[in-house]
Design a protein around this ligand. Structure first.
Ligand SMILES: Nc1ncnc2c1ncn2[C@@H]1O[C@H](COP(=O)(O)OP(=O)(O)OP(=O)(O)O)[C@@H](O)[C@H]1O
Ligand SMILES: [Mg+2]
Length: 408
């Protein structure tokens, strides 16, 4: 039976965007949409042809069982006759049909359960709230043997892994991505949408109702603000002592930042060096050239606070006459110190200013995100940020910069 005939039987009239979703027969479909768009309904109904096809097995996987229930209820209610369901359970939600179709809800909180059998179709309910790891490690393989289908209906959640999938999927075979807004569903009351528009911050509304990837959910440095923290042409005055923060890398970039503290204890990051895949002597040569340029401006060189795990590289730098000290590499504590510098004081001044030429540092600081449900940021683009952390911790320990007005 064609899907449209089935829809007739159950009196389902998909709206235009839902129709586009159903019309596409890609194996993997990502549906990003605002709240109440009809994601759950459309996903449940898209799997009807699989469920009615015979003894197939489908899973509804969500961050919790509760988030799989809407899809599960739609499927249950679509069974035309009570006798179509031969087995039914509420905890966990599951059903079996008389022709041997199985629908089982799974919670990603119990990842071992996701190791189960092969499946023919899978709905990742509110996928943006799931860990990428659960999908990569536990779920992807389940679909392979039976050439299973995957639907991912979700509201966006900042620039997390769903965003990456959304950006990348259009280039992948077998994938179809679609993004839509709450107001694409004509069954949602316009006044409800307008009330939300009035009461929510603009970015939240754009994400939750517009289905847009806007709020960088879980940004580590959420206080970072271009207006406040970035300026062109930050030049150290003659006599300034420039310190360095250095994060070693060979395949990953080697990052070095130059910074000085002004009389108000504001840390100015005035230069960055950021290069991957170069031998240490070349990095040293480049850093020396930059040091010399600052010396010519009347600056003096202070210590270099470096990645404490790189003893060998540290020795190489020391042998070249650099004053190197192993940095404190406590990530969470270091992040806290950087964040305190980002918060403006009563006069609206922040404790950290970055020269606009430090493109890599600025890119990293803006995109640095907490890994879903974890207390550590995702590894990746954090080389200049490590260097920044080393500098901030080292220099703040000395001067104790903190926003005035905070009582400790
Ligand atoms: N084609 C349709 N015809 C009639 N009603 C629809 C249709 N699509 C969705 N709806 C109704 O819109 C409401 C939202 O649907 P649904 O729960 O599927 O949306 P959702 O995008 O999953 O929402 P949430 O973000 O809350 O999970 C429900 O009341 C549903 O019955
Ligand atoms: Mg839903």
């Amino acid at each position: 039976m064609r899907l449209t005939e089935m829809f007739n039987d159950i009196a389902y009239e998909p709206h235009v965007q839902q129709l586009a979703f159903h019309d596409d027969d890609s194996r993997f479909k990502l549906l990003i949409a605002g709240a109440r768009f009809g994601k759950s309904l459309a996903s449940a109904r898209d799997t009807l042809s699989d469920l009615l096809a015979g003894n197939t097995r489908g899973w509804l996987v969500g961050p919790t069982y509760a988030l799989t229930r809407p899809e599960f209820r739609y499927i249950r209610d679509d069974m035309l006759h009570a006798s179509d369901i031969t087995e039914y359970s509420n905890h966990p939600p599951a059903l079996t049909t008389r022709w041997g179709g199985e629908v089982v809800c799974m919670s990603a909180r119990l990842p071992e359960a996701l190791l189960g059998e092969e499946i023919d179709w899978l709905i990742l309910c509110e996928g943006a709230h799931l860990d990428r790891e659960a999908f990569d490690r536990f779920l992807r393989a389940r679909l392979v043997t039976r050439n299973g289908r995957l639907l991912v209906p979700t509201t966006p959640r900042g620039h997390n892994w769903i965003y990456e999938l959304y950006e990348g999927a259009s280039k992948l075979e077998e994938w179809r991505v679609q993004r839509a807004a709450t107001w694409d569903n004509p069954h949602v009351d316009e006044e409800e949408i307008n009330a939300a528009r009035r009461s929510l911050p603009q970015a939240t509304f754009a994400e939750q109702f517009g289905g847009e990837f806007v709020t960088p959910h879980g940004r580590v440095y959420e206080e970072f603000d271009y207006e406040l923290h970035v300026a062109p042409g930050l030049t150290p005055p003659p006599g300034a002592i420039l310190h360095k923060g250095i994060d070693f890398g060979y395949v990953a970039p080697f990052a070095c930042l130059w910074g000085y503290l002004d009389a108000d204890d504001v840390l100015h990051i005035v230069h960055e060096y950021y290069r991957p895949e170069r031998a240490m002597p070349l990095h040293i040569r480049s850093m020396r050239e930059i040091d010399d340029r600052f010396r010519a401006m009347g600056c003096r060189m202070g210590a270099a606070y470096v990645d404490p795990s790189g003893a060998e590289q540290r020795n190489m730098l020391a042998q070249e006459g650099l004053h190197v000290l192993p940095a404190n590499n406590h990530v969470e504590g270091g992040i806290e110190v950087v964040r305190r510098r980002l918060i403006p004081n009563a006069q609206g001044r922040a404790g950290l200013r970055i020269d606009a030429s430090c493109m890599n540092l600025l890119r990293e600081i803006d995109g640095y995100a907490w890994q879903d449900n974890a207390r550590a940021p995702g590894k990746g683009s954090d080389h200049a940020l490590d260097a920044l952390r080393y500098l901030c911790v080292a220099l703040t320990r000395r001067v104790g910069w903190k926003p005035p007005g905070v009582v400790w």
